[in-house]
Every structure is written in structure tokens, then in C-alpha cells.
Design a protein around this ligand. Structure first.
Ligand code: ADP
Ligand code: MG
Length: 685
């Protein structure tokens, strides 16, 4: 067997089950070896009858002596109930099924081992038998740790476990490079990689399984941390970026051109960014700041510095709405500095597009703002020195790289309004420097937030109307598009509102199944005040800015993470009017407490920390820069301490052996070579 052997070639995998394995991402023998159980049932010892059904295991084992046998056959089903007793009392073992051939097998006085899911009834514990064996007199019982794998509807954990068990010796012989250098493995008290695989698939005890898992978690983090460190070192080695000069009067000039003073946090972020841009090492910085914290202005400062040094900037945003808002906001900020801006959108007419592209190509345009359209081949820059990526997590690694590739070695500023909890930032963004705007511009009236039960929805809509009557606009957000579930659908709610509740108001509808053009059209009408109430799914989540909107109603708000609700809330409170966010949740829902965090706090970081505590890292890992999103077994929240240790080890190791050429680092090196993002870095030695 080779690591690449197809899953179908393994013993116990047939033509029927092979596709089911593939659906779970298990294509090869190596994939199966790496498919680790997520927990175990400890069935090493039979459960005493009195405790059956209380252990929490999905199946339990019991051993007893048969006291009575009851057999029936009903419409081809065999139903056999056997009474058993052990030292602690009585229990029942039950077989039901077609052709089990268990009728006539059992008799009084027999010693039986049975395993199955336990039901506790008034008649006592009933084991629904899936495995059984007759034990000879005096034969002792040896149970095992049963690994539980994540299966699917058609492929049970039992089937996966049986295939693993059948092929385990061959699978174990496949273990390849160990990313853990032997001295480190030894210092941490880990055994060999092969032992670890054995211990994780077929542990003798819970302690063994735990130790093996920790080894895998540590080594996975070691690879992650080493890869981040390598990328950073690679960047630091290449002194190919434009080292920009900061004219001494520039900050003063910039401030003087603004209608308001910079906040301290904006000033600090600009300083950090400008300092990065003076180096000949390309900047790779993330600017984190809550909605409304003033990131655009910070980006403008970076663009001004670039332009003053004669290099071009490109700003890419995920949607046309956002890109055109950026263009509209940036233009007046750049005007005093005489910096001309071009926009590049997908929906642009050919003529406008060609004109923009040619001014970008000639260098006449100092700034290009746009969507993915910026990535198209015809768009070339004369001298691209700064790349700004808004809502960076909405773009793939590859897209971000493609924009950067339009320059030689441009400085890159990523922006996000999704605050990453501080505890996570360092690991999720291991390859980035981070600036945080943790301060809102002064004079904002905080958005008032209320959690309200669905039974009071009429009051909520009356409140919406009152605000519309005052000349403001409202968003109503619902989770579903059509009525496919018990969730509120925007389409149905829009119908209802049009008919009964707001027949006299202008309603708009916005959801993800509309074309980009339809969406832009609706958003445009809402922005111009032609729509009073906009029914939308979470497509309105990011960045859309309509200052006249003062109410955000979120239906079925219990459906969303806190960070996402906070994002949605950020759509209002952008203008002069006092703004409100109303979180509607079902009367019978207990989640009002969770929602309470939002009614109390408007601090995106605090909310993100809370979300992290409640929902785990997955949510944030999705926004990650690199491998963190698809971790194999480690979890950045649960295992954050292990990550810190792995990072220290990775840094020490790379300080000693930056190209990983030492023989003991061959395993780590081999793994990093398999990752596209680090391949070149280790191979370049
Ligand atoms: P973000 O992109 O971080 O959500 P914006 O850059 O769109 O925020 O800024 C939000 C609003 O705050 C804009 O209307 C902007 O003009 C205003 N603003 C930004 N910085 C300041 C400041 N220092 N003082 C007052 N208003 C500011
Ligand atoms: Mg913004």
C-alpha cells in the first residue's frame, strides 16, 4: 500500500462505500490515516448493570448471566429479549431485526457479553444489542476504547472504525515525515509518530489517546507557526519594495485638509503604516477597526504618502456598492492633494472602462478603486506601490496575491471591520502586523439596542413607521430568502408588510439570489431615499453606508453570531439621527441572555471575545490569512496555549536553521514544501 492508494483499494471498502468515504474527504489511504476520531467510548470495562445508561457513552458493554429468554417473530422480524444479571442486579439485552438468527441461541445460565445503546426504562436498563459474544466459564472480558469518527448519514462511525481497524498495520506503515524534530519530540515526552497514530486510532486508554492528540496538535501548530515565520522572513529578506520618504510637513498638511481632527487611534495607525512604507521591505499590515471607526481616512493617508512618492495605489473592495462608496469618500480626501482617482467596476461600460484602464496604465491616475474587476488582465499599472484590500477576508489568498502581482513588491494594507479577538489575533494573523482603531470619532450617539420578543413585532413595526414618518429609513433583516424552513423569509415578510403593515410605504427587497446589478439598483434607490424600508438578508452586512437609515430590525436574531449582529447594527448610526437596533427573537427562545451582550456593549472587540467564548474559533478562523482556517485537529481557541508553545519552538528552530537544511528538520521541511505558500521559501535554499 502507498499513501496515495485509493480508498477503494483498502480491505473492507467496496464499490458502494468508497464514494461515501470520498464524500467525507477521504480519498486515499493517507487521508484515512489522518482521519482521526473526535472522541472515544471507553468500553474497556463492562458497565455494572446499575450504572447502565448513565455513563454518557453512545454504546455500553455489559456482562451477565442469562436468567430468562423471550423470543418472538413478528412479520419477519426476530425479537429476542434476554434477562441477565450481574453482581449489581438485573438488565435486559434486546435484539430486533430481520434475519439476525439469534432465536434459539441463548439459554439460562449462559454468560454473555453484550454491547449496544442503552435505554433506561421502568423495567430496567435495556441494551439494544449491536455486538455480543458468549463467554466461557471463567473467561474474562476484555473490552476496548472505541474510537468515534465523524461519519455521515450513510457512512457510520462504526463502518469507518472497522475499516481503520482492518487496515491499521498497513496504514501505520505509511507514516511519513515527522514534522516534529526528534529532540523536540523527546523533550515534550512524545513517542514516535507511528505510535501516535496507533494510539489515536486504537488507544489502550483515554490517557494514551489524549497524549497522541496533543502530539498532533502541537505538530500541526508547529507547521503553522513555522510557515508564518518563514513567510515573514521571506518578506524581510527581499529588499525590493519602494522605500517611501515622508515629507516632514505631510502629516500637518493631511490633518489641515480634514474637516475634523484625527482620533488618537487613527493617528497611531497612520504612523504605523507610514513607518512600514518607509522600509524597502513590503508592508503587510492589517488595519482592524469597528464599523464607523474611520478606516477610510487612514487608507487615504497611506494613498497620499504613496502618491507623494510618485507610486500608484489600488484599493479593492468586495462589492460594487462598497467600491463606489470608497471612491466617493476618497475623492474629496484626495482632492486637496491633487491626486486623481479612477474607478474600475464590472458593470462599467466599455468606453469608460477603457479610459480608466488607460489612465491607470499610463500612470496618469494615481489611484484605482474597484472590485475584482481590478484583477482582470487588461488592468496594468505604471508603478503600483500600494495595495489596499477592504474586507480582506472576502477575498481569497490567490485574489489578494493577484492584485499585488500587478506591482513589483507593493506595500499591502488589509482592512477589516470584523474585529478578531485579541487572544486570537496573533495566531490567526501570524504573518501580519496589526494596527487597531479602538476608538470611535467623538460625538457619535451610541446606537440604542433592544432585544424584543416576536409577539411584540407589531410594536416594533409601529416604531419603524414612527421613524419613517420622521423622514428616516429602516432595514429589516431576516435569515431566509424563501419560506423553506421555520425561519422568517424576506420574500414572505416583504409580501406581508406590503399587504398589511406598510401598504403606504416604499419597500425594497435585497437578497443573495439577485444579480449584482439588481442588488446595486436596489441599494442605489435606498441610498437616494427612494425606499423607506429595505427587507434584506445579511447581504447588507458589510460596509454599506446610508446615513439616513436609523433603524435596524433583525428578525430571528438568535440565528446569528454576536459579531455578525454587531456588523449588521453598524449599518445604522451613521448619520445625524438617533439610531436604534432591535433584535427580535422567538418568545420561547432562551437566547435573550446572549443577545443581552449587544444591548449592553457597542465595543466590537468585547463582543468578538464574547462570541469566541460562546461559539469557538471556527467563526474567526474563516477570516484568517492563511492555513488557520483549515486546521486539521488543532483548535485555535481550545488549544491556544499549545499554539504559544509551538510558536516559540518554531521561532527558535528557524533562528538556528532558517532554511531547514539540518537533517532533523527534514520532516518539517517536507511538510512545508507541500504547502504552496511556503514551498518557494524553503526550496529557495
Ligand atoms: P469605517 O470604514 O471604518 O467603517 P469610515 O472611514 O467610513 O469608517 O468613517 C465613518 C465616518 O466617520 C465617515 O463619515 C467619516 O467621515 C467619519 N470620520 C472618520 N474619522 C473621523 C474623525 N476623526 N472625526 C470625525 N469623524 C470622522
Ligand atoms: Mg469602510
Amino acid at each position: 500500500m502507498t499513501p496515495e492508494a485509493g480508498i477503494g483499494t483498502l480491505s473492507g471498502v467496496g464499490a458502494k462505500s468508497a464514494p461515501l468515504f470520498r464524500e467525507l474527504g477521504i480519498e486515499t489511504a493517507r487521508d484515512l490515516l489522518d482521519y482521526l476520531p473526535f472522541r472515544y467510548d471507553d468500553l474497556r470495562f463492562p458497565t455494572p448493570s446499575g450504572l447502565l445508561g448513565t455513563t454518557g457513552a453512545s454504546e455500553e458493554n455489559a456482562v451477565g448471566i442469562v436468567t430468562r429468554v423471550k423470543e418472538r417473530r413478528v412479520r419477519g422480524l426476530e425479537i429476542v429479549e434476554v434477562g441477565l444479571h450481574d453482581d449489581a442486579g438485573e438488565f435486559i439485552a434486546k435484539w430486533i431485526g430481520r434475519n439476525r438468527y439469534v432465536i434459539g441461541r441463548f439459554s439460562e445460565g449462559m454468560r454473555l457479553f453484550v454491547r449496544g445503546r442503552v435505554e433506561r426504562t421502568i423495567a430496567g436498563a435495556i441494551v439494544n444489542v449491536t455486538h455480543y459474544a458468549q463467554l466461557r466459564d471463567g473467561e474474562s472480558y476484555h473490552g476496548e476504547m472505541v474510537p468515534i469518527y465523524r461519519g455521515s448519514k450513510e457512512l457510520t462511525t462504526r463502518k469507518i472504525a472497522s475499516v481503520v481497524a482492518k487496515n491499521l498495520p498497513q496504514l501505520l506503515s505509511l507514516t511519513e515525515e515527522d514534522p516534529l524534530p526528534p529532540d523536540i519530540s523527546q523533550a515534550r515526552g512524545y513517542g514516535s509518530l507511528r505510535d501516535a497514530y496507533r494510539m489515536v486510532h486504537a488507544p489502550a486508554s483515554p490517557e494514551e489517546a489524549q497524549r497522541a492528540r496533543e502530539r498532533f496538535i502541537f505538530s500541526e501548530f508547529l507547521v503553522l507557526a513555522a510557515s508564518a515565520k518563514l513567510r515573514r522572513m521571506g518578506r524581510e529578506r527581499e529588499h525590493d519594495a519602494d522605500a517611501l520618504k515622508i515629507p516632514s510637513e505631510l502629516m500637518g498638511e493631511f490633518q489641515a485638509a480634514l474637516p475634523f481632527p484625527l482620533t488618537g487611534a487613527q493617528r497611531r495607525s497612520i504612523d504605523e503604516i507610514w513607518r512600514d512604507m518607509t522600509r524597502d521591505v513590503p508592508m503587510n499590515r492589517l488595519l482592524q477597526g469597528d464599523v464607523g471607526s474611520g478606516k477610510t481616512l487612514v487608507a487615504a493617508a497611506a494613498i497620499v504618502l504613496a502618491a507623494r512618492n510618485g507610486v500608484q495605489s489600488a484599493l479593492m473592495a468586495p462589492t460594487e456598492i462598497l467600491a463606489s462608496q470608497h471612491a466617493a469618500k476618497l475623492a474629496p480626501l484626495l482632492l486637496p492633494f491633487g491626486i486623481p482617482l479612477e474607478a474600475v467596476f464590472g458593470s462599467q461600460g466599455a468606453k469608460a472602462r477603457n479610459a480608466a484602464v488607460s489612465r491607470i496604465g499610463s500612470g496618469e491616475a494615481a489611484v484605482a478603486v474597484g472590485t475584482h474587476a481590478l484583477l482582470t488582465e487588461g488592468v496594468d499599472f505604471a508603478r503600483l506601490g500600494l495595495v489596499v484590500i477592504d474586507e480582506q477576508h472576502r477575498f481569497g489568498v490567490e485574489q489578494r496575491a493577484r492584485l499585488r502581482a500587478k506591482g513589483a513588491a507593493p506595500h499591502t494594507l488589509h482592512m477589516t471591520a470584523t474585529p478578531i479577538p485579541r487572544t486570537l489575533a496573533q495566531s490567526v494573523y501570524a504573518d501580519l502586523d496589526v494596527s487597531v482603531i479602538d476608538e470611535l470619532p467623538p460625538g457619535r450617539t451610541p446606537i440604542e439596542t433592544y432585544a424584543v420578543r416576536t409577539s411584540r413585532l407589531d410594536d416594533v413595526y409601529a416604531f419603524v413607521r414612527a421613524n419613517v414618518d420622521r423622514g428616516n429609513q429602516a432595514y429589516i433583516v431576516a435569515p431566509a430568502i424563501d419560506e423553506e424552513s421555520e425561519l422568517t423569509s424576506v420574500v414572505a415578510e416583504a409580501e406581508r408588510l406590503k399587504g398589511d403593515v406598510f401598504p403606504d410605504l416604499q419597500l425594497g427587497l435585497l437578497h443573495g439570489r439577485m444579480t449584482p446589478r439588481e442588488k446595486d439598483d436596489v441599494m442605489g434607490r435606498f441610498a437616494r431615499g427612494e425606499i423607506d424600508v429595505l427587507l434584506a438578508t445579511t447581504v447588507v452586512e458589510v460596509g454599506v453606508d446610508v446615513p439616513n437609515a436609523s433603524v435596524m430590525v433583525i428578525l430571528d436574531s438568535q440565528r446569528y453570531g454576536l459579531a455578525q449582529l454587531h456588523q449588521l447594527r453598524g449599518r445604522v448610526g451613521r448619520g445625524a439621527a438617533k439610531s436604534f437596533c432591535i433584535l427580535v427573537y422567538p418568545d420561547d427562545n432562551v437566547e435573550s441572555e446572549r443577545l443581552g451582550i449587544l444591548t449592553e456593549s457597542t465595543d466590537g472587540f468585547r463582543i468578538a471575545e464574547e462570541d469566541l467564548r460562546l461559539r469557538g474559533a471556527g467563526e474567526f478562523a474563516g477570516t484568517a490569512q492563511s492555513g488557520a482556517a483549515d486546521l486539521w485537529i488543532a483548535d485555535l481557541v481550545r488549544d491556544i496555549d499549545v499554539y504559544a508553545q509551538a510558536r516559540t519552538v518554531a521561532e527558535e528552530l528557524l533562528a538556528r536553521d532558517p532554511r531547514l537544511t539540518a537533517p532533523e528538520h527534514a520532516g518539517l521541511r517536507a511538510l512545508l514544501e507541500r504547502q504552496p505558500s511556503t514551498r518557494a521559501l524553503v526550496l529557495s535554499s
